[in-house]
Design a protein around this ligand. Structure first.
Ligand code: DC
Length: 225
């Protein structure tokens, strides 16, 4: 029997991961955060002293030695870079920008595409990212494109970082978000855009609970068809 796949795409801070995590727990699906995989490669590049926006050949050469593993436990998805748990470190603001930069490199995308598809073949998933509905899982039974105003997305991300004890400045968070929006939407390969058959939801002004309810409703509707 083929697996049930839900794709959630959208810009940074639209609430994808929080909403997908809650929905996955309720539906007993595995939640896959593909952004974490790009972040792990961004981190690997930074650690090797490579510039994610310009040392393209250095990053491509590094890829065969970059092993990414995922584990699922009480804390949800944890990500390992060459055996080291980097789940916390990849959330640093400079790694967000590095992830967006390395995600423009075709070889990086090809490596991760394979990993993402192989997981979705084995189990029911809610996968979030930028190109899940358009490229990774074009046959997903439900595709959602989540968005919100840049002001609201920056505010949510700022609060999230503050809660985690990561020091940051609101204007800087907003600037990074605008940089990533442009980078992720204008790149040549697998740019951020809603799949033609996606449901587009603008969560500006919604509470988290309202967005989760909306999405759970869509999932239940689609599973009954
Ligand atoms: O979802 P996130 O903010 O953790 O993602 C970090 C970066 O990774 C994002 O700016 C672009 C890139 N990314 C991507 O290109 N494709 C995906 N499917 C997921 C993330």
């Amino acid at each position: 029997m083929s697996t049930f796949k839900i794709a959630i795409d959208g810009p940074a801070g639209a609430g994808k991961s929080t909403i997908a995590k809650k929905a996955a727990a309720q539906m007993d699906f595995v939640y896959i955060d593909t952004g974490a995989m790009y972040r792990a490669i961004g981190l690997a590049a930074v650690r090797q002293g490579l510039r994610p926006d310009s040392d393209i050949s250095g990053i491509v050469d590094m890829l065969p030695d970059v092993n990414i593993d995922l584990a699922y436990g009480e804390n949800g998805q944890e990500i390992f870079l060459n055996g080291e748990n980097v789940s916390t470190e990849i959330r640093l603001p400079e790694i967000s920008v590095a992830a967006s930069d390395v995600s423009k490199i075709p070889e990086v995308r090809a490596k991760l595409l394979e990993l993402q598809r192989s997981i979705a073949e084995k189990t029911d998933v809610i996968m979030d990212g930028r190109d899940i509905g358009t490229v990774v899982l074009p046959d997903a039974q439900l595709k959602i494109f989540l968005t919100a105003s840049v002001e609201e997305r920056a505010r949510r991300r700022f609060e999230e970082l503050k809660e985690k004890g990561i020091e940051c400045d609101f204007e800087e968070v907003k600037r990074d978000m605008e940089y990533r929006d442009k980078n992720d939407s204008e790149r040549e390969i697998a740019p951020l855009r809603p799949a033609e058959d996606s449901v587009v939801l603008d969560t500006t002004g919604n509470t988290l609970e309202q967005s989760v309810e909306l999405i759970l409703g869509l999932i239940k509707e689609r599973r009954e068809v």
